[in-house]
Design a binder for this molecule. Structure first.
Ligand SMILES: [Zn+2]
Ligand SMILES: [Zn+2]
Length: 224
């Protein structure tokens, strides 16, 4: 069975450390935020979505601030409207305002929609997971996945809740269990070599196991 272009991207990502679904998702979210800030920052739907969400979630707001170059003007344009509407919806609260005004202000702080970048991430994750499960019907893809770092806990969760075939899910899970079994042995070996009696033994692959454990259980940094 020939691989889709998404499955081919996964195949390339298998050579890199960490969860491949996280890696490709993070790249896609970065591109999405870049084009949103450069090309769509003046579009009404962008403003509506950002206002409804009361701004981007902390992860994506800080991603824009720190990783999208020259986004100062774009941030100003989006957030000026956001803050103006937030103040309008809260209503003016004065030091002697009553309970009714506090309740109105409190209600206006709540988001009426999801962070647009989180919505984009969910769509991309689902698409990648579907292509991962379909790719596992291809022998070359299976071998490459077996040699990879596998996927993170959250992405395995998503894969097993996906509509994909049971045979692909079983294959995925069994390979992932082999990868986690190796991780667990590496962690045990790392602990052993930290014992002063064995401290003279050089570290091997287990030297990276604490970081791999974080990656495998939490997913990529800043993914959510
Ligand atoms: Zn992941
Ligand atoms: Zn977000």
């Amino acid at each position: 069975m020939p691989l889709s272009s998404r499955a081919n991207e996964l195949l390339q990502a298998f050579d890199q450390p960490g969860c491949s679904v996280c890696r490709l998702t993070a790249g896609s979210v970065h591109n999405y935020l870049g084009s949103l800030m450069y090309e769509y920052v003046n579009e009404p739907p962008t403003h509506m979505a950002v206002r409804a969400a009361r701004g981007f979630c902390p992860t994506h707001a800080w991603h824009i601030q720190e990783q999208i170059n020259a986004s100062g003007l774009g941030i100003a344009v989006l957030y000026e409207g956001l803050v103006r509407n937030l103040l309008k919806d809260m209503g003016e609260v004065k030091p002697d305002s009553g309970r009714r005004q506090i309740v109105q202000a409190a209600g206006a702080l709540k988001a009426n929609g999801p962070c647009p970048a989180c919505t984009h991430r969910t769509i991309v994750e689902e698409h990648l997971i579907r292509n991962l499960l379909e790719g596992l019907e291809n022998a070359e893809f299976v071998e490459a996945f077996r040699r990879s770092s596998g996927i993170c806990l959250e992405h395995l969760r998503q894969a097993l809740n996906n509509n994909g075939s049971s045979s692909s899910k079983a294959l995925l899970t069994s390979i992932q269990q082999d990868i986690w079994a190796q991780l667990q042995r590496d962690l045990a070996e790392y602990i052993r070599k930290n014992d002063y009696r064995f401290a003279s033994e050089p570290m091997g692959d287990e030297g990276t196991s604490p970081r791999r454990a974080i990656e495998q259980m939490a997913g990529a940094k800043d993914i959510r």
